[in-house]
Design a protein around this ligand. Sequence first.
Ligand SMILES: Cc1cc2nc3c(=O)[nH]c(=O)nc-3n(C[C@H](O)[C@H](O)[C@H](O)COP(=O)(O)OP(=O)(O)OC[C@H]3O[C@@H](n4cnc5c(N)ncnc54)[C@H](O)[C@@H]3O)c2cc1C
Length: 300
Amino acid sequence: MQYSLFFIQRFKGKVLFNVPMSEHTSFRIGGPADVMAFPKDEGDLKDLIAFAESKGFPFHVLGAGTNLLVRDGGVRGIVVNICEGFKDISWLEGGKATVGAGVKLIELVNQSRDRGLSGLEFAVSIPGTVGGAVIMNAGAYGGEMKDIVEGVEIIGRKGHKGFIPKSELNFSYRRAELPKGAIVTRAHMRFSEKDAEDIKERMREFREKRKATSAIPFPNAGSIFKNPEGKVAGRLIDEAGLKGERSGGAQVSETHANYIVNTGGAKAKDVLALMALIRDRIYSLKGIVLEPEIKVIGED
Ligand SMILES: Cc1cc2nc3c(=O)[nH]c(=O)nc-3n(C[C@H](O)[C@H](O)[C@H](O)COP(=O)(O)OP(=O)(O)OC[C@H]3O[C@@H](n4cnc5c(N)ncnc54)[C@H](O)[C@@H]3O)c2cc1C
C-alpha cells in the first residue's frame, strides 16, 4: 500500500484504510475514503500535510461531518480527521479563549455559559466542531461565529504554521476564506461578560425555537441551501410543494423543507437528484438560483 511506510515510520495518531464515510457524516451517507488519518498534534499534522503534498496525494479536512455530503464512490487520497486531536480550550483574561479546532461546539457553548461568558448562545443547537463552525461561519438567530472569532491558527499546505487575523478571513454568509489547503488548528475568540442566568435563558429560548421548527427524526446535514438575499430557502421550497418529495431513500423533510433526510439506505445520488429537482423547480417558478450550503466531496 502506497501510504503505509509514512504512517508506520512517523505518524503518532490513528490511521484507518478504506473507511466508509457514511460512518463519519451526520447524513450517514458516503462511499469509502482511501485513508483516514487522525493527527494527534500539530507535529503530526505538519508531517502529514508535507507528506501528502510531496507525493501529490489529495487531502480533505473533516470536522464532525455535519455539513457534508460524500458521493457514493468515496474519497481518493487522505481524509484528515481533526476530531481526536486539537481538543484543548484555554481560558484567558478578558473573556478571551483559544480553542482547538476539534472541540465540539456544544462543549465550548457549555463552558462559556458556565463562566458567565456571552457570545455563543446562538450556537446551542448547532452540531459539529469549532473548526467546522469557523470555516462555515455557522450561525443562527442573528448570531454568527464571526461575532466572536478574532483569528485562527493554521497549518498551511506546505506544512508551515500561521495565524490569520479576522480581517483576512473575510467572513460572509456561511463562509470564511482561508489560504488554499490550510487547516484550522485553533480559533482565538473573545466573549463578553454577562449574567449567567441571562445566558441560560437565551439558550433555553433558542433550544425551544429549534424544537418547534426542526425536530427531525432522520439523519440529515442541516440546511441544504443558503437563504437567497431577502428570502428563506425553506419557505420557497415549501411553497413549491416539494415537502415529502422522494428519490430513493432520500426525502425532502416533511418538517423543514430546507432539510433533506436519509429515511434509510439513501445514496448521495438520491440527495443530489433531489437537490437538482429543487433548484430547477425554484428557478422555473421564481427565477431564483439556490446555492448549496452543504459541501459535497468525493467521486460518483
Ligand atoms: C441537525 C443540524 C442542524 C444544523 N444547524 C445549523 C445552524 O443552525 N446553523 C449553521 O450555520 N449550521 C447548521 N448546521 C450545519 C453544521 O452543523 C455546521 O456547518 C457546522 O459548523 C459544521 O461543522 P463540522 O465540524 O461538522 O464540519 P464538517 O461538516 O466536517 O466540514 C464542513 C466544512 O468545513 C471544513 N473544515 C472542517 N474543519 C476544518 C478545519 N479544522 N480546517 C479547515 N477546514 C475545515 C471541511 O473541509 C468542510 O468543507 C446543522 C447541521 C445539522 C446536522
